[in-house]
Ligand binder design. Structure first.
Ligand code: ZN
Length: 280
């Protein structure tokens, strides 16, 4: 469109120049024929030169604009092609994902209840291991005993009545403060075996459990480091200590060994073990 209209203007100007010079030439031819012949030739040459100059000027002005428009058109075309390609790729990816999901569902549906629960147990164990590692590396986790203490890895050891030890025992002096290792909600309860106990549930559903307390501290929502109770020997405890458990995800049956976490954050208060070790 742009190119066509400029060409019309160019031809129009060329025609105007040619006719003006031609009129002069006709008059010269009538008044003085021999000189007029020269004038006609001169006028034609002048008109031709002017037309060439005008055409050249117009070409110089319009060419960059046309080139720019052509570039833009090419870019638009390429963008269209790219977005079509992308749409196609994303679509194929989604289809592949859906296929995978169907395959997974089919595999799960084909499992026996035993296989299914074994798979769930394995994924829970993996998640728990990852949670323990996260707490070991944590820079905000606080040792639950605020004072001198002794502890060792006694997780899984046999206990009275055929039970196994599903926590570790941290021995400390009578009424040493017990603090929240993480922010969370503290609930107290009196337990037949453990005596005075606390449950701290964190925002992601993990539970830290402590028992054999001499008395309670703060309950409800607490920040890490808040006193939640005091070391004692309530319940079936032998000697002053806190029986400390970690249940990732809050599952009552999913108690995992908190020793690596305690080891990583309680070393400052750890002292040499006493001759008689308390238990339970
Ligand atoms: Zn214990």
């Amino acid at each position: 469109m742009f190119r066509i209209s400029t060409l019309f203007v160019a031809f129009g100007l060329l025609a105007a120049c040619t006719s003006a010079n031609a009129q002069e030439a006709d008059q010269a031819w009538v008044t003085n024929p021999p000189e007029g012949l020269q004038t006609v030739v001169d006028a034609a040459v002048t008109a031709g030169n002017e037309a060439t100059q005008i055409a050249r000027g117009l070409t110089e002005t319009t060419s960059p604009a046309i080139a720019q428009i052509e570039t833009l058109n090419r870019q638009v075309e390429r963008t269209g092609q790219i977005s079509e390609l992308l749409g196609d790729t994303i679509g194929k990816g989604l289809l592949a994902l859906r296929e995978l999901q169907k395959e997974q569902e089919a595999i799960l549906a084909a499992l026996s209840p035993e296989e299914r629960s074994a798979l769930e147990a394995r994924s829970l164990a993996e998640a728990s291991r990852a949670a323990v590692n996260r707490h070991v590396r944590s820079t905000t986790w606080v040792c639950p005993v605020a004072g001198e203490m002794q502890y060792r890895d006694s997780w899984g050891e046999p206990r009275s009545g055929g039970r196994t030890h599903d926590g570790i025992d941290i021995m400390a002096r009578w009424r040493t403060p017990l603090v929240a290792p993480e922010p969370g909600t503290v609930v107290f309860r009196r337990d037949k075996i453990g005596g005075l106990s606390f449950n701290l549930t964190t925002a992601n559903g993990d539970v830290w459990f402590g028992t054999h307390l001499s008395s309670y501290g703060n309950d409800g929502w607490v920040e890490a480091g808040t006193v939640v109770g005091y070391i004692g020997r309530s319940g079936n405890a032998v000697g002053n200590h806190v029986h400390f458990e970690y249940r990732p995800g809050g599952h009552p049956d999913n108690s995992v060994n908190p020793f690596p976490v305690v080891e990583a954050h309680c070393a400052n208060g750890r002292t040499a073990p006493r001759s008689q070790e308390p238990s339970e």
